[in-house]
Design a binder for this molecule. Structure first.
Ligand code: SOE
Length: 379
């Protein structure tokens, strides 16, 4: 049976534009889905660069004004891959135009912006999703499945880190392509919205809601040149954050993120400790998960390293043969496959805008607690 086309309009063509475009191109080759993404248009302010991107990835056309792309009748789904300060305006306009929306994380700079986005997609009744890709790393999905099965028993602890080192030099500018993440206007926050958001999204998914938190945040480099104006300006983002949380299930959580951990490039680690067992995972060894089962006979009990590449592991049946690894880009393909499947089954792929708003609320509370030094309840 011929597959129904899903015409995609992508806004932005940076690092995430490539990750998402790769997913659109590959998903139909590996997953059996009713819908086939068609790369209709890519939008970027710089026409030459957008045309270059379109040629490389096979987009049929180019726009330089996102409003035009959103209004086009031949676009079914809008993918938002631009800096965070544009997420809300684009999403609200796209929802009004009746488009499905796939938005890069974090949902928004603030809860207030996120709420407007949730209201817009729910009013329009359009399918929506936020690209929190790490949920779709097979080893992470496996942890979720096993926790849901109850094999860990009561959960006591959840901890996660996301460590990088690329902004240590005071010469790294704020603003502009790539470095907009250091500009508070464009990003909303620093490591909190960019990196802890990943830790929080996965934690909410695996371990449930967060009730309250207290945080310590720091900006180590106080002034940086703005890449667009050349002017030296105060830095408004958090360079590092350490957070203590209480989950709704009674467990305690710890999150730490920094861009000043010399030697670490993208070290996302997570650990969950339950009454009967524990899991540990880290992004630098993403196809392995460490599992400890206290129910095993004492003499044989110990940490087990599971290579998550078997057909019975999440998503792996769609790839190669057992023992052969997959990579970072596959998490986006998996998330897209879930989104497309959700269009057929009517069961929306998570996180929807409403679900991702919970992460934004936690991020807002981290920033607030970092400023006030006070515990924050998550509303
Ligand atoms: C920042 O360096 C960054 O690219 C994040 O923006 C991504 O979300 C993360 O997955 C990797 O690091």
């Amino acid at each position: 049976m011929a597959k129904k086309a899903l015409n995609v309009g992508m806004i932005g063509y940076g690092f995430m534009g490539r990750a998402h475009s790769n997913a659109y191109r590959k998903v139909g080759n590996f997953f059996d889905l009713d819908r086939q993404p068609v790369l209709k248009a890519v939008c970027g302010r710089n026409r030459a660069k957008a045309e270059d991107f379109a040629r490389r990835w096979g987009y049929e056309s180019v726009e330089t004004d996102w409003r035009k792309l959103v209004e086009r009748n031949d676009i079914d789904a809008v993918d938002i891959c631009v800096p965070n300060d544009l997420h809300m305006d684009i999403a609200v306009a796209a929802a009004k135009a009746g488009k499905m929306i796939l938005c890069e994380k974090p949902l928004a700079r603030t809860t207030k912006e996120g709420q407007k986005m949730v209201a817009a997609v729910e009013k329009a009744g359009v399918p929506n999703m936020v690209w929190y890709n790490y949920r779709r790393m097979p080893a992470v999905t496996l942890i979720k499945q096993v926790v849901d099965q109850g094999l860990l028993g009561r959960i006591y602890h959840y901890r996660a880190n996301f460590l990088q080192d690329w902004t240590i030099s005071p010469d790294v500018p704020q603003g502009g392509a790539g470095t907009w993440r250091l500009d508070v206007e464009a990003a909303g926050s620093g490591v909190t919205g960019d990196l802890i958001a990943h830790c929080v999204d996965t934690a909410l998914w695996i371990n449930g809601s967060i009730k309250s938190l207290t945080a310590m945040t720091e900006t180590f480099v106080k002034k940086r040149k703005h890449a667009l104006t050349g002017k030296v300006r105060p830095v408004g983002i958090d360079d590092a954050a350490a957070v203590l949380v209480r989950f709704g299930n009674g467990s305690l959580g710890l999150f730490e993120s920094t861009r000043y951990a010399r030697g670490h490039k993208a070290l996302y680690t997570l650990e969950i400790n339950g009454e009967h067992g524990s899991f540990m995972w880290n992004l630098h060894d993403m196809n392995y998960v460490q599992w400890f089962d206290h129910r095993v006979e004492g003499r044989l009990r110990g940490w087990t390293s599971i290579l998550v590449t078997d057909g019975e592991h999440p998503y792996l049946g769609k790839w190669w043969v057992p023992g052969l690894s997959i990579g970072y880009e596959h998490s986006f393909i998996h998330q897209l496959a879930d989104f497309l499947e959700g269009l057929s089954t009517g069961k929306p792929a998570s996180p929807t805008f409403r679900e991702a708003l919970e992460t934004t609320k936690v991020c807002d509370a981290i920033i607030k607690s970092g400023r006030t030094g006070k515990w924050q309840a998550i509303g």
